[in-house]
Design a protein around this ligand. Sequence first.
Ligand SMILES: [Zn+2]
Length: 277
Amino acid sequence: MECPRKVEIEVLEKDATNIRLIIRDVEVPLMNALRRIGLAEVPSMAIDEVVMIENSAILQDEIVAHRLGLTPLKTDLETYNLPEDCSCQSEFGCPQCRVTLTLDAESNEGTRTVYSGELISENPDVIPISDKIPIIKLAKGQKLKLEAYARLGKGKNHAKWQPVSVCAYKYFPKIEVPAKACEDCQKCADICPKKVFVVKDAKIDIRDLLSCNLCMDCVEACPAEPKKIKVEWEKNAFIMNIESTGVLPPETILRQATKILDKQLLEFEEQLKVEEK
Ligand SMILES: [Zn+2]
């Protein structure tokens, strides 16, 4: 068996919701597993059940509940359990697997918009990621009063539990530009939709290698035969981009994805052992 290599990770950029990494010495199946787990298996908190106490607005209860479900909530994976893993095993849930949020909104004069900021949570750490998500419009005299229950869940069961808006990777590009200046031709630089190249004294140079998406337009545009420009990709290097919806920091999503993959592999190994017996 091949000795496990050390994966090399370089952070290109990182902020509260977005992370871009170069990952080297990995294979496509691992990258794809992490991508899929990031999308479908890393749990996050979302409203799953709504008890409507009063709704005199024009939107039906179901539509209001749907809008609430799709409101991203800040997630705390340390404190809460997935309902299926919680010791309570109750369909109503317990304080370890459920957060109650309430909304009591009314319009006393004119029409007004009710925003996510008006939801009151029993846990101040589990609140909508923004106060400015519109939930409903109320005309004068209309009222909306409800109690909502948020639970952890997975994106594979409903998109409201998907913690990412982007979780993708691409091959690390490898570009060879003509060594000498091309006479009067800069077609490759002009056609590139990502503006990867820059022309300096009729010589093509690479301005931004990482933005190349390997579309090959530059190679096709080159009139020379054989082509003077060469675009390839590195076999075991990838650029990964994770954009969180705000429910979890993007690096936490990646860390959780690796933990989940680890657990799944262990379970798989156990299953194999059982089969062999
Ligand atoms: Zn519970």
